[in-house]
Design a protein around this ligand. Structure first.
Ligand code: MV4
Length: 590
């Protein structure tokens, strides 16, 4: 077994891996960017090294520097987590070449699954069912039209070969949408993956996203740990995951499990991996394989009791899996909610900022995997995941009740998060019936009802400032919670106050924190590239109307109008970089 492992990641997954290492008696080496000096994963690691500047390119994506830190620290292996370098075959290869064990599959397996056309070809050959369509790249719109006419029919999905997770995915319902879909998918493929190759699949109108967790070692053992349902997603970002899948019975579970195992065997997989697929009308199709540990691995850990991260480390070190397929027993039901720093009422706009007060839920069946604490800064530079809240209970209904209880217990001050969104969604009939909730996630009126309490109008000087103080008082032996709203006092607010969260300045929200303040200016809450501008100067817009989409960290972030009015000035152009805090538009009340 390794004595020392470098964790090439940040946030909750870095903390998760460090915890596994600690339990295994392995020393951990953390790495960080200039923005992450005070981050939790840095505090938790046994030792930590600066990688470089604030952007991912200057830090967590620097292969040369990470290998240098391995040499400097004496780490024998690297755990990549998810994102960043996790599915970078060149990194796996560079590790191999440097004599460092990459905790994951071979570079060849990463590469095979990285090309979606190659993966489809391999799976087809291995007898794994794929979504009907092409396994070869489609060269032109005319070729696509021919293939659709003879084999696939409309509607059709056009997907980028270098894609995955929905990037470079377009739908053409009929022939007149084909050219746009084809060119759109190719353009996105080029932009995000440097590869404009596309392929075609039959478009399934209402599938469920069902994936299966697999584990493999170097001794020929490949097992599966059952499936997860990740159908609650928006713009291809998963929001809620659960296991077992509501639409999967014992017979289908075995079939999906076998498909996962066969897919892994076909590429000589080693470690923890996930085979993603679509389930429609009892038919299951391979979609892609993620050659890494996934965000949602925790729900499977809860239902199987198997530590997936630990098994991945064992496998990389050449040890056999500690469980055989027959030992795997699924018990109860687990649900995971992704707690992102986003405002669901504003089209899931990013809401970075500093966490003031912070208290995690606890109690029976509750697990929190987070990378933050009080005072942590959620920067727009990295992904918006603050924490994952996972619960377990005997069945889906009770797990849902437990999740609602845990969400209510969770206190994250100073930041807008998806906590209220999850509480609202899990209370719906649609969720109770096990539906995919796709309509709700696009229902602007429903989402708008989740708006955070409006801040009082801005004041120019501190003179008119109004703050809210919460106190607990006892009157004749009975406890009352009172709120006093008025000018701030100069006394010690922190020391004697009930909790830091109780003192909440009621100033106007910082424009940067919400995508809009009390004024006319709509400012960018994050740094990125202007991907799409959907309004024109002089146009009238409604509050909450989509203004533009900013691409940052491979995520599309929708920016909505912070108020109704007329676009007096439009300060952005598609394709241009935009800084955090920069003006997008000036909207004057009509
Ligand atoms: C599809 C599809 C329909 N037909 N492929 C791909 C990435 C993943 N994020 C969702 N993907 C889909 N691929 C074909 N051929 C529909 C989706 C899809 C989806 C699937 C299940 C549950 C929710 C979904 C939300 C958006 C898109």
């Amino acid at each position: 077994m390794f004595q020392k492992v470098l964790v090439a990641n940040r946030g909750e997954i870095a903390v998760r891996i460090i915890r596994a290492l600690q339990e295994m008696g392995i020393a951990s080496v953390g790495v960080y960017s200039e923005l992450d000096r005070d981050a939790l994963h840095v505090q938790r690691a046994d030792e930590a090294y600066l990688l470089g500047g604030p952007t991912a390119a200057e830090s967590y994506l620097r292969i040369d520097r990470i290998l240098e830190v391995c040499a400097e620290s004496g780490a024998q292996a690297v755990h990549p987590g998810y994102g960043f370098l996790a599915e970078n075959a060149a990194f796996a290869k560079a590790c191999e070449d440097a004599g460092i064990t990459f905790i994951g599959p071979s570079a060849a397996a990463i590469e095979a699954m990285g090309s979606k056309t190659r993966a489809r070809e391999l799976m087809k050959a291995a007898g794994v069912p794929i979504v009907p369509g092409t396994t070869d790249p489609v060269e032109s719109v005319d070729d696509a039209r021919r293939i659709i006419q003879s084999d696939i029919g409309f509607p059709v999905a056009v997907k980028a070969a270098g894609g995955g997770g929905g990037k470079g995915f377009r739908v053409a319902l009929s022939d007149d949408e084909l050219q746009d879909a084809f060119e759109g998918a190719a353009r996105e493929g080029e932009k995000f993956f440097g590869d404009s190759t596309v392929y075609l699949e039959r478009y399934l109108p209402d599938p469920r996203h069902v994936e299966v967790q697999v584990l493999a070692d170097r001794h020929g053992n490949v097992i599966h740990l059952g499936e997860r349902d990740c159908s609650v997603q928006r713009r291809h970002q998963k929001l809620i995951e659960e296991s077992p899948a509501p639409a999967v019975d014992e017979e289908l579970r075995e079939r999906i499990g076998r498909i996962g195992v066969e897919a892994a065997r076909a590429v000589d997989y080693v470690g923890a991996g996930t085979v993603e697929g679509l389930l429609q009308d009892g038919e299951y199709f391979f979609l892609e394989m993620n050659t890494r540990v996934q965000v949602e691995h925790c729900v499977t850990e809860m239902t199987t009791g198997v530590d997936i991260v630990r098994e991945g480390i064992r496998a990389a070190a050449g040890e056999a899996l500690s469980v055989a397929q027959d030992d795997v027993v699924l018990r109860g039901h687990a649900i995971e909610c992704r707690i992102n720093a986003e405002d669901a009422s504003k089209n899931f706009a990013p809401a970075p900022g500093q966490i003031t007060s912070y208290r995690e839920p606890a109690g029976p069946g509750v697990r929190v995997d987070s990378g933050v604490g009080p005072g942590s800064e959620i920067t727009p530079m990295y992904d918006p995941l603050v924490a994952k809240l996972i619960v377990w209970d005997a069945d889906r209904e009770q797990a849902t009740q437990r999740m609602l209880r845990a969400l209510a217990e969770y206190e994250i001050g100073g930041l807008k998060t998806l906590l209220p969104f999850h509480a609202a969604l899990l209370a719906t009939e649609q969720w109770a019936r096990g539906e995919t909730c796709r309509d709700l996630l696009e229902d602007h009126d429903w989402l708008k009802a989740l708006a955070f309490p409006k801040a009082a109008p801005a004041t120019d000087s501190d003179e008119g400032e109004v703050v809210e103080h919460a106190y607990t008082v006892e009157v004749s032996g009975r406890k009352f919670d009172v709120k006093v709203i008025g000018p701030p006092y100069g006394g010690a607010v922190n020391g004697a106050a009930p909790a830091p969260a109780a003192t909440k300045p009621r100033r106007a929200e910082r424009a940067g924190g919400s995508g809009g303040g009390g004024g006319d200016e709509l400012v960018s809450p994050l740094q990125g590239n202007m991907w799409k501008v959907l309004v024109e100067q002089g146009q009238e817009v409604q509050e909450g109307q989509l203004v533009c989409i900013i691409e940052a960290m491979k995520m599309e972030n929708e920016i909505a109008a912070h108020k109704a009015g007329v676009i007096e000035r439009l300060a952005v152009k598609e394709g241009e970089p935009i800084a955090s805090g920069a003006t997008i538009a000036v909207i004057k009340a009509a």
